[in-house]
Design a protein around this ligand. Structure first.
Ligand code: BG6
Length: 474
C-alpha cells in the first residue's frame, strides 16, 4: 500500500466534505499505513499551521475527530500553495516528495488535469508504481474526454490511472453485484424473456447550490447520467464476469455501455424529458429556482435500450433530478406478467407482475413483489393479492463514505471500482447522441417547481414505486 497522498484541490468543497473526513475515519480505524502522509495542494495561501487550523475548524465536529484522530491526521499534512496552471511551479514545489511511490489525487476542474500532469511528471511523481486519481467530469463530451485522456497517457499508462465514480464506492451499489452473481435464481430470470423494464432513479432534495456555474455548463445529463446512472445501468445489465478482478468486471461493463442504442433525433420527444426547477418548497422550506440564462437542465428522464441478446427491446428508464420531494436512489426491475392466468380473483388485469425493488439510499432495502394468498381463508385460497418479501437492514448500517473505500483501493492499486478509459468513451458516445439529438430537435426545457417529481411530461418515466407520492406510472 502506498503511503503518500498528494491531494490537489485541498481547499475545495469535495476535499472538505468528503476527502479529509474519509482520511480521518481511515486513520481512526487504523486502515492506513503507519508512515502515511498527505501533501495538500491548493491555491489559497496558507502555511502548514494555517492550513491545519483551517481544516480543523471544518472537520472538528466529525464523530471520529476525538480520540486523537484529528490531531493525528493534521500532523501528517503538509500544505503547499501552488498555481495549478503552472507545471514548472508544481514540479519545483513537489519534487521533494518523489522519494516514495505516491498517489496523486486531482480533485480539481478538468482544465487543470493537463498542467497538473505535466508538473507531476516533471517532478518524478508519476514514475514507477506511482498512480493518478481523477475526479469527474472527465471532459464535457467525447472529443474533450479524448483530449484529457491523451494528456494522461502521455504521462502514465492506464494501469496507473484511477478514474473515480464515487457511486462505485458505495456498499449498496456493490451489493448489486453480490445479489446478481451470488444467487442462481437471479441469473435464471435476468433477461428479456422475463424482464419487462428496468427503472433507475436518482432523486435528490439538494439543488445546485453554490455550483451554478458548473451546472450551467454541464447540466444533469453530464453531471449525473454520464457517470453514476450509466454505471448503475452497467452493473444491472452486464454479463457475469469470469472473476471479480478489475479487467473482468470492466470488460463486461464496457460491453453494455457500447451496446447502448444512440438516441435518434426522431426519438427525443418520446424517449426523453428535460427539466429545470423553479421556486418551490422542499422539506417544508422555500427553495429558490435555478436561474441561469443558459439552457442547462436539472432533471433528465430517458428511455434507453441496450441492443444485445440479453436486453433487446427492454426499456431502461433513467430519471434523475435535483430539488425532488425526497431523496431516493433505487433500481426497480419489473418482470413480465404471468403468461397464462388461471385465477378468478383478482382478474388478470388486476394481477400485479413481480417486481424487484432495490433501494440504495437513503435506506437500504430490497423488496420482491409477489402474488399470493397467505392471508385468505381456506375457501378463498385462490384469491390472490399482492404481497411483498422484504429485506431491510434495520436500522440502516452506518455506511462508510464511498471515498474511504476508493482511497484505500487507490493506495493499494486495485482498479476494480474505478472507471476504465474505454468505459468513459462508450458512456460519452451515448450521452453525446442524446445532447446532439436534443440540440437538433430543440428539445424543450420544462419548468417544474422545486419539491415536485419533475415536469408533468415525465410522469410516464417515473417508477411505479413513487405512486404513493401522487405521481408515477400506475
Ligand atoms: C455528484 C454530482 O457526482 O454526485 C452532484 O456532481 C450530486 O451533483 C452527487 O449531488 C450525488 O451524490 P450522492 O452520493 O449524494 O448520491
Amino acid at each position: 500500500m502506498h503511503d503518500t497522498l498528494l491531494l490537489f484541490g485541498a481547499t475545495g468543497d469535495l476535499a472538505q466534505r468528503y476527502l479529509f473526513p474519509s482520511l480521518l475515519h481511515l486513520l481512526h480505524d487504523r486502515l492506513l499505513p503507519p508512515d502515511f502522509r498527505v501533501v495538500a495542494i491548493g491555491r489559497s495561501s496558507h502555511d502548514d499551521t494555517g492550513f491545519r487550523d483551517w481544516l480543523r475548524a471544518r472537520i472538528a465536529d466529525d464523530d471520529d475527530a476525538s480520540a486523537g484522530a484529528l490531531d493525528d491526521l493534521l500532523q501528517r499534512i503538509r500544505y503547499h500553495a501552488v498555481d495549478l496552471n503552472d507545471p514548472d511551479a508544481i514540479a519545483a514545489t513537489l519534487s521533494a516528495y518523489a522519494d516514495r511511490p505516491s498517489v496523486s489525487y486531482l480533485s480539481t476542474p478538468p482544465d487543470l488535469f493537463g498542467p497538473a500532469c505535466l508538473g507531476l511528471k516533471a517532478a518524478g511523481l508519476l514514475e514507477g508504481s506511482s498512480r493518478l486519481v481523477l475526479e469527474k467530469p472527465i471532459g464535457r463530451d467525447l472529443p474533450s474526454a479524448r483530449d484529457i485522456d491523451a494528456t494522461l497517457k502521455a504521462a502514465l499508462d492506464e494501469s496507473r490511472i484511477f478514474r473515480i465514480d464515487h457511486y462505485l464506492g458505495k456498499a449498496p451499489v456493490q451489493n448489486l453485484l453480490a445479489l446478481r452473481f451470488g444467487n442462481t435464481m437471479m441469473e435464471a430470470v435476468w433477461d428479456r424473456r422475463w424482464i419487462e423494464s428496468v427503472d433507475i432513479l436518482v432523486a435528490e432534495t439538494a439543488g445546485v447550490d453554490g455550483r451554478e456555474g458548473y451546472y450551467a455548463h454541464y447540466g444533469a445529463l453530464r453531471d449525473m447520467v454520464q457517470n453514476h446512472m450509466l454505471q448503475l445501468l452497467a452493473l444491472i445489465a452486464m454479463e457475469p464476469p469470469a472473476a471479480m478482478d478489475a479487467d473482468s468486471v470492466r470488460d463486461e461493463k464496457c460491453k453494455v455501455l457500447r451496446a447502448l442504442r444512440p438516441m435518434a433525433p426522431s426519438c427525443t420527444a418520446a424517449d426523453s424529458v428535460r427539466g429545470r426547477y423553479g421556486d418551490g418548497v422542499v422539506d417544508g422550506r422555500a427553495a429558490h429556482g435555478f436561474e441561469h440564462e443558459g439552457n442547462a437542465e436539472t432533471f433528465v428522464a430517458l428511455r434507453a435500450y441496450i441492443d444485445n441478446w440479453r436486453w433487446a427491446g427492454v426499456p431502461f428508464r433513467l430519471v434523475t433530478g435535483k430539488r425532488m420531494p425526497s431523496r431516493a436512489t433505487e433500481v426497480v426491475v419489473s418482470f413480465k406478467p404471468v403468461s397464462h392466468w388461471v385465477f378468478e380473483r383478482p382478474r388478470r388485469d388486476r394481477a400485479r407482475p413481480n417486481r424487484l425493488r432495490m433501494r440504495l439510499q437513503p435506506e437500504e432495502t430490497i423488496e420482491l413483489g409477489l402474488m399470493g394468498s397467505l392471508a385468505a381463508p381456506e375457501w378463498g385460497a385462490t384469491e390472490l393479492q399482492p404481497m411483498s418479501l422484504d429485506l431491510s437492514m434495520s436500522p440502516t448500517p452506518n455506511r462508510r463514505i464511498a471515498y474511504e473505500r476508493l482511497m484505500v483501493d487507490a493506495l493499494k492499486g486495485d482498479q476494480t471500482l474505478f472507471v476504465r478509459d474505454d468505459e468513459v468513451e462508450a458512456a460519452w458516445r451515448f450521452i453525446d447522441s442524446v445532447s446532439d439529438a436534443w440540440r437538433e430537435c430543440d428539445a424543450p426545457l420544462h419548468a417544474y417547481p422545486a419539491g415536485s417529481w419533475g415536469p408533468a411530461q415525465a410522469a410516464e418515466f417515473l417508477p411505479t414505486t413513487l405512486a404513493g407520492n401522487g405521481r408515477g406510472r400506475s
